[in-house]
Design a binder for this molecule. Structure first.
Ligand code: AMP
Ligand code: GLY
Length: 431
């Protein structure tokens, strides 16, 4: 099959890496890709949101299967665009249409969806721009901490946790009246703070059946011990030790099944990934958010643990032929350490030459913000590389990841040294 992966991050490099191992993989393209994807696939210089150019490329190259990585293309309707063209609508696509992508594109929609379908989640109220007074009155009646969420896509920055009512009042005013997140904060959710431990569960669904992928824990903050501002993700671990079989069974029964059934009941066709952000509160799952795609860097630990032909899963998802069977998982641990440019998630420089990638043999180096510059690979984004180690134990996997990381250099690199450390403590406390 000729396969096109859309996107340019570590997630897309991991998709391409896993797809390449399939016996069904013919020509493999990534648009626009990065320096890493260019070593295993052909990069096509088309942006993920340029549907017209992507459509033209797919027609010319007889693409059979498209995997959409980033949310913006989904929320903007890449599937709807392809389905509306008779020359393109036979191409298999993994990724929901606009209606399904609202699970991620509108936090108000997804909250109402959870409420309608009896899916456990934090209590929330939504306010629009001319309701600032109502919002302030509502805030007067609840206790901090208070979670404020911009309704629309805000590049992972649209959630603010306020520790006092006063702060929440100021922030909601900034969001609703001063458009802190532009259009995305035309509506704001005021949500109950959920106090628990976070993890993510991923499913592939064709709208009727689903297949559960390995779960993962993401490390969102820039600083060690979860300090400092939020990032796209500084590392990930799979499996997650506190997600035991009993908890995962509850997730399946109380969250996954009603989510898929809700999509069907509400006539929302959905062929793609559902990324379910969860809080484990005393052994009970609560949904924090849905995403209509895979996570980054979670994909870089989830895919190495799948013991199945990924293209077969992608095709079954896109064709509507999934069978609800567990995906075979490798009994090993995967740890990904994200290496970023100094200054990220605020401003940072690009164009620094990266050394030592070829010597990083103990881990898999997934590229994110990189590009080729002559014979060099240079930094081209905030998150630059995600280095995954795998092993029989968390200790072994993290040693391998960090060993590989230690051989890679560029001017001004930063990474967290504590990815997985909390889970090791957790494991020790159980034994
Ligand atoms: P999101 O952009 O929805 O992924 O939210 C960003 C982060 O904010 C999540 O990963 C959580 O750590 C945190 N968060 C979101 N909603 C809540 C909540 N209701 N209670 C506690 N933390 C939350
Ligand atoms: N790592 C979080 C995300 O992909 O949304």
């Amino acid at each position: 099959m000729n396969i096109l992966v859309i996107g340019s991050g570590g997630r897309e490099h991991a998709f391409a890496w896993k797809i390449k191992q399939s016996r069904h993989c013919g020509q493999l393209y990534v648009a626009p890709g990065n320096a890493g994807t260019s070593t295993i696939a052909q990069n096509i210089n088309i942006a993920a949101e340029d549907f017209k150019a992507l459509a033209q490329f797919c027609k010319e190259t007889n693409i059979d299967l498209i995997v959409v990585g980033p949310e913006a293309a989904l929320v903007e309707g890449i599937r709807d665009y392809f389905e509306a063209d008779s020359a393109l609508n036979k191409i298999l696509m993994v990724g929901p249409g606009k209606s399904g992508a609202r699970l991620e594109g509108s936090k108000d929609f997804s909250k109402q969806f959870m409420v309608r379908n009896g899916i456990p989640t934090g209590k929330a109220e939504t306010f629009v721009a001319n309701q600032l007074n109502e919002a302030h009155r509502y805030l007067d009646g609840i206790k901090p901490p208070i979670v404020l969420k911009a309704d629309g896509l805000a590049a992972g920055k649209g959630v603010i946790i306020c520790t006092s009512i006063e702060e929440a009042k100021d922030v909601i005013q900034e969001m609703l009246e001063n458009k802190k997140f532009g259009e995305a904060s035309n509506k704001v959710l005021v949500e109950e703070f959920l106090d628990g431990i976070e993890l993510s569960v991923f499913v592939m669904t064709d709208g009727k059946n689903y297949a559960i992928l390995p779960e993962a824990k993401d490390y969102k903050r820039i600083g060690e011990q979860d300090t400092g501002p939020n990032t796209g993700g500084m590392g990930a671990v799979s499996p997650v030790i506190f997600a035991d079989n009993l908890f995962l069974k509850k997730v399946e029964e109380k969250v996954i099944k009603p989510t898929i059934a809700g999509l069907a009941k509400e006539n929302i066709p959905y062929k793609g990934f559902v990324f379910i952000g969860l809080m484990n509160i005393k052994g009970e799952p609560y949904v924090i958010e849905y995403n209509a795609r895979m996570g980054d860097p979670e994909t870089q630990v989830v895919l190495p643990r799948i013991d199945a032909d990924f293209v077969e899963l992608l095709v079954a998802t896109a064709k509507g032929e999934l069978t609800s069977q567990p995906i075979p998982q490798k009994e090993e641990v995967a740890v990904a350490v994200v290496m970023v440019a100094e200054g990220y998630p605020e401003s940072y420089e690009k164009g620094k030459v990266i050394h030592g990638i070829d010597k990083a043999e103990s881990g898999i180096v997934f590229h994110a913000g990189t590009k080729s510059n002559g014979n060099d690979v240079v930094t081209n984004g905030g998150r630059v590389l995600a280095v995954t180690g795998t092993g029989a134990s968390l200790d072994e996997a993290s040693k391998k990841a960090y060993k590989a990381v230690s051989g890679i250099q560029w001017d001004g690199l930063y990474f967290r040294k504590d990815i997985g450390e909390d889970l090791k403590k957790w494991a020790n406390s159980l034994s």
